[in-house]
Design a protein around this ligand. Structure first.
Ligand code: FAD
Length: 168
């Protein structure tokens, strides 16, 4: 166990590299968040901090550092979340700031918010609470609509992408 100073939030005995490596052992899926920009165009951002919080009411959260999506979601109070399938690694790269020349993302409004036309599952979310934790903000949101399609997930583990053997 390590010592912590709750007042400052500093834990002097956890090395950042060790934390990064250890936390990377938690396998996640990959989500592209979608939101509307100032011109009404869709803006996307890659995250792996998406998580389910409660079933009733259906609630999720994402943890975002300051940036364009953070600003737009703060302003709009809502976001789409699209779980990527194993064939969509280029989407993850593209929406994390490494543009993929050949990629033409296609969005569709299923109920009220744009989400990727093709993905493993999609969610339309309305923010119910914003919680500031150090340099990140948790956007806790109620799911107002969702759906899933067949396929296998794109996974992130050990700071690398993985494909699984999960059958569709
Ligand atoms: P930008 O970097 O400006 O936008 C994202 C990129 O998407 C830009 O290159 C932009 O040109 C492109 N883009 C957006 N919309 C469109 C469109 N409609 N058509 C074409 N191109 C478009 N960060 C977090 O804060 N929290 C996380 O949980 C998190 N998880 C991550 C997980 C993984 C696996 C990876 C690779 C990155 C993760 N990041 C996370 C980092 C985050 O994805 C990047 O920092 C991202 O660039 C921040 O996006 P932005 O909206 O702030 O701004």
């Amino acid at each position: 166990m390590s010592s912590a100073d709750p007042a400052s939030g500093k834990n002097h005995r956890v090395d950042p590299e060790s934390f990064r490596k250890s936390v990377s052992m938690f396998a996640t899926g990959i989500v592209v968040l979608t939101c509307e920009d100032d011109d009404g165009q869709v803006h996307g951002m890659t995250v792996n901090s998406f998580t389910s919080v409660s079933l009733d009411p259906p609630t999720v959260l994402v943890s975002l550092k300051p940036g364009k999506a953070h600003r737009l979601i703060s302003r709009n109070g809502r976001y789409g979340a699209c779980i990527l399938n194993e064939g969509q690694q280029s989407f993850s790269a593209h929406f994390s700031g490494r543009p993929q020349e050949a990629l033409l993302p296609d969005f569709v409004v299923r109920k009220q918010l744009p989400t990727l036309r093709n993905c493993l599952a999609w969610f339309e979310c309305e923010t119910v609470e914003k919680v500031q934790i150090h340099d990140h903000t948790l956007f806790v949101a109620q799911v107002t609509a969702c759906g899933s399609e067949g396929g296998a997930p794109l996974m992130f583990y050990g700071s690398r992408y993985h494909r699984t053997a999960i059958a569709a």
